[in-house]
Design a binder for this molecule. Sequence first.
Ligand SMILES: *Cc1c(COP(=O)(O)O)cnc(C)c1O
Length: 368
Amino acid sequence: MPKVPFLDLNAQYETIKGEIASAIQEVLDSSAFVGGPFVERFEEAFADFCGCSCGAGVSSGTSALWMTLLALGIGPGDEVVTVPNSFIATAEAISMCGARPVFVDVQEQSHTMNPDLLENALTPRTKAVIPVHLFGQPADMDPIMEIAKRRNLHVIEDACQAHGATYKGKPAGSIGTAGCFSFYPGKNLGAYGEAGAVVTNDSGLAEKIRMLRDHGQTRKYHHTMIGWNGRMDGIQAAVLSVKLKYLSSWNDARRENALLYDRLLAGVNDITLPMEMDYARHVYHIYAVRTEKRDALQCFLAEKGISCLIHYPQPIHLQDAYSSLGLTRGDFPVAEKSSQEVLSLPMSPDLGEHQLEYVAAQIRNYFK
Ligand SMILES: *Cc1c(COP(=O)(O)O)cnc(C)c1O
């Protein structure tokens, strides 16, 4: 075990162990293993948390994105615009509908979609835009929404890293046509397995996603459309309902830790600290610094018992999986540069002051 792990899931579990055990026991006692009342209860609570009227629990963030696109009728011949510096799932969801991902570059300070470049990427085939609220900070939504409205496009927020973040006071996921969330264990709200959700104010869309996730059935063995198995487990829903109560305080703790990093690392010339944009409340899923000496710094910190990660070392347009798009290095220079410079420092609500001080001291030590 390193001195400062990137993320210590067990530390958080220890604080809620008893509640989790009884929540899981309740599911076991009622045999509501897939879908059912525990899922419905969580859907309602999570939609409410996001300021939306509808929530649909699904099997992962990837399914949330995919099923939202399918429910909006996006398919072969269509284009969907997103960014190249996301987890690959954002692009995969587009591809798995048969549509084509089109990328626009990001802004250097925020790592999120550059709205000034969006219009240029649109064609008559464009059906939707997926801004990614990367690292826990919402993209600059107003100009994106304005362009989308004018061009009659859906906006699907990839909020998989931004549970509880806000944009000009509005919750992430509540601004576009729909917001997609992942509850992968390491996310700010994490299940103890796989899970995801879509939130929206469009009840028709939510209904369609609920059908798609359950083989397109309206009632058992009556299938009105071709769907898939994308349901949420009862045990995951019960775990998430317990954890949702703590999400705001956990996000506050992340923000405090980010502030402490900011203070401890201020004045280190060779690194750039993450920036909270004036329109955003950042929830620091990731605390990513930038430095030209990224790889060497990561090795140095690893030797000192500090685990860091890179989000992401290779932008999507340069992945082998997307070679057929014919894109090359130089096409999205801001995202490419960031992939060579970003380093995610250990970040979680449970990290203590001493751990952060140790990380900061070792970073200062490296640059001395
Ligand atoms: C985690 C993540 C996803 C995928 O979520 P899964 O639950 O792992 O399928 C999609 N987009 C982004 C930005 C993510 O961080």
